[in-house]
Design a protein around this ligand. Structure first.
Ligand code: 5GP
Length: 192
């Protein structure tokens, strides 16, 4: 049975699958507020159509959306680039399309993390083909050292080192998404 009483304390006694807290809850909240203010200024006088990428972006999107002072609408799409493991297969699977058209709208793709860039590259290309008025990307985390394809990312929460992280929406095999901080998972948890 997995220990779900994970706090930001690393000395909680029982086995903690999180090796280290990388970005605390407080820093995540402060950065989402900053990005929200910046995006509101950049899109002043316009309505923003936020496209969250399920499921990882849900927490960041909720924080970012509530930090906006401009009107915003939501839609979601689901794609999958990882299986149950921690290594990118390089294959992007398309699982759920948007509910609404985006032609003529100011679209902000909201994603949890950009790693190799393959997922965002695919998303940008496929959404750009639908002729939005503008298209930009906001990611909570950026592992820029791992990039395989150059992809523009207009709004970045935190640049992080190359480690497998969970929490703040990010999972390992479906778990840990609800951790309020970003933590580095112990490699033995995923057999690394
Ligand atoms: P990319 O296509 O840029 O290599 O990977 C993007 C996707 O890979 C993210 O949306 C996320 O689902 C997954 N991913 C990349 N790095 C990590 C990580 O450190 N932790 C978790 N949980 N997922 C990751």
């Amino acid at each position: 049975m997995r220990d779900h009483s994970l706090s930001e304390r690393e000395d909680s006694g029982s086995y903690n699958p999180i090796a280290r807290v990388l970005v605390s809850r407080r820093r995540l909240a402060a950065r989402a507020a900053q990005l929200g203010a910046q995006i509101s200024a950049d899109y002043a006088g316009q309505e923003l159509h936020m496209v969250g990428i399920l499921k990882g972006a849900t927490i960041f999107m909720a924080d970012l959306a509530r930090a906006l002072s401009i009107p915003a609408t939501f839609d979601f799409m689901a794609i999958s680039s990882y299986g149950a493991g921690s290594q990118s297969s390089g294959v992007v699977r398309f699982l759920k399309d948007l509910d609404e058209g985006i032609e003529g709208r100011h679209v902000l793709i909201v994603e949890d993390i950009v790693d190799t860039g393959l997922t965002l590259h695919y998303l940008r290309e496929s959404l750009a083909a639908r002729r939005p008025a503008s298209l930009a990307v906001a990611v909570a985390l950026d592992k820029s050292s791992r990039r395989q394809v150059a992809v523009p990312v207009e709004y970045v929460g935190f640049r992080i080192p190359d480690a497998f992280v969970v929490g703040y929406g990010l999972d390992y095999a479906g778990s840990f998404r609800n951790l309020p901080y970003v933590g580095i998972l112990r490699p033995e948890v995923y057999g690394g």
